[in-house]
Design a protein around this ligand. Sequence first.
Ligand SMILES: *Cc1c(COP(=O)(O)O)cnc(C)c1O
Length: 482
Amino acid sequence: MFYHSTRNANATVDSARAVLEGLAPDGGLYMPEAIPAFDWRQCLTGSSQEMATQILSALLPDIPDMRALVSRAYTGKFQTEDLTPTVKVGPYTVLELFRGPTSAFKDVALSMLPQLLTAAKDVCGQEREIMILTATSGDTGKAALAGFRDVPGVKITVFFPDGGVSAVQRAQMVTQEGNNVTVCAVRGNFDDAQTGVKNIFAACQGRTPKYELSSANSINIGRLAPQVMYYFKAYRDLLDRDEIALGDQVNFSVPTGNFGDILAGYLAKLLGLPVGMLICASNANNVLTDFIRTGTYDKRRPLLKTTSPSMDILVSSNLERTLYLLSGCDCALVADLMKQLNTEGVYTVPADLKAAMDREFWAGCCDDAGAAAVIGKVWKEQGYLMDTHTAAGWAAAEEYVSQTGDKRPMVVLSTASPYKFPAAVLEAIGGDTSGDEFTQMERLEAVTGVPTPKNLSGLRGKQELHPGVIDKDKMLEFVLGL
Ligand SMILES: *Cc1c(COP(=O)(O)O)cnc(C)c1O
């Protein structure tokens, strides 16, 4: 099966090369030429790993031995064998995506990506080692480190802004073990670190560096495709609990940043899964809410700091893939819209694209106070503790139901453990927020009785293996010296 750029249908590559390259040469994102025929009913009968195997085999048919890759990615690494459990909470079903090795939803994709990447490397006959370069503002770095740790033929370097991540996130990264991992703080903010990484890619282009450089972010189809599985898994759980009959539609509310998670839900629908409305939930950075409601994407606004930092975005990269699909694969239109975004900072989609979007997506947002109110209410009324990102998803689900009266079952995707944001969660349930983050975690457990994930509680006192800090203009030198 062939893939091509969202901006140009003429240059095609096979699915293995799409994974290996990550970004298409024209700056577009790789998409399959056609959605493959897929037996979605059969897929629902398997285990989570079997679902992942079938979905990934269909989307990435040029990568062999998918079952073995899936097993290597997931077996024994998640808290439960079903990888992404669901919990019935009041009127909704919560899909817990944070039960992986680093308590981040990104574990689902970043456990699988290294397996896909190394297999793609073999298929394409690429002999040089791959160096994964990532700048992180928090969760991606640790999930990528855990996923790529000790994977043969790949090295990984993670840069994070010195003083710009939480104490727990820093501890997660600087204690990382593994013989192919490097972690380094950069004096500057996240943008400096990210610009530094982009400059390294630019400086190495055309040269033949020691490594083939690659990235772990969600522009890679190999990071997007593994996320389709948990929509099937959630649907299967609703079937098993007799909450739906086969073929009934289910709505999903998704805390959204780069649009990878929610796009995976749309891909599940295109593969046949009876998905109803996909609800895009945002925080006070509501560029996506405005876009889905009006058809105009306008990034000319300040970026606000919120208690749900993984949703603090102005440019949502996988929206490009969504526009491509909703426009009936109109590459010229997508290229033109992305150009307008780059040059003017704003674009408006044609009326037929807006109409197609209205059939599939709905959007809602809530600010920090709104998220805190949800956390407090659901804890008090249902005894279920959720994090700030999940709370935005819950709030959008409530807004959707109250505005539309839609009675189809609702699944709220939970993208982080409440222990990742202990201060905001403690405050929302009326707890004492004094002390450092580790103290807050202990208090949150004492107050709620919800156990702290072991990978987080075990961090305190763990040896720091990567204490280094460098200036932002030394990043290239640093990488060339590895
Ligand atoms: C990355 C992340 C998101 C956003 O997911 P996208 O796929 O980028 O839309 C939401 N919540 C948490 C906790 C995340 O880490």
